[in-house]
Design a protein. Sequence first.
Length: 212
Amino acid sequence: MFVGHYGPAAAVAGKQIKLWHGFVAVQLLDILWAPFVLVGIEHVRIVENFTASNSFDLYHMPYTHSLMMALVWSVLAGLAYHAWRKRGGVIIGALVFSHWIFDFITHKPDLELWFGGPKVGLGLWDYRTIAVSVEFALLLAGFMILLRETKAKGVGGVIALLVLLAALAAAQLYGNFGPPPGSAGAAAQSAIIAYGVFAGLAFWVDATRTAK
């Protein structure tokens, strides 16, 4: 899953956590995955049409996407956030773990339960139209809740939100219908840039909206 991960972040953004904090949390496993791929700790092959939705053969990522390590990263993130903000740690931990749940739905069986354990995944990526629909449904549901709970500080708040949603939609459609990345390294580098841009745009949204 890609932009669907951001739906829960938008849904819970408000008094305890900021939107951009949630954006980092829901993609933390992939934010770790990208540099792990670049330094050779984890591995991915680019195989054109490996699934109907993308060309990623994610055959080795136990340190970020195994169930066991997803739980570890979730607990660590929650504890770190609580130590920093004195609140919201449980929410952040849950958002981090939501990444694994959504990946379980979309991935082929490439998610280890533990190191060397069986791999699981329901394979929704093999049904591109349904997968894209689910991504956008989750994203829009989350942002509908955000709109209900917050209000824009003038026209800037409206513009910031529209730019963020447009960027997310464009990235999702390019990932599903555009050409595959040229290499595993290129995929990892693109991921780092994308997550940074989206978190930055979410920071802009935070600055231009307030709770109702």
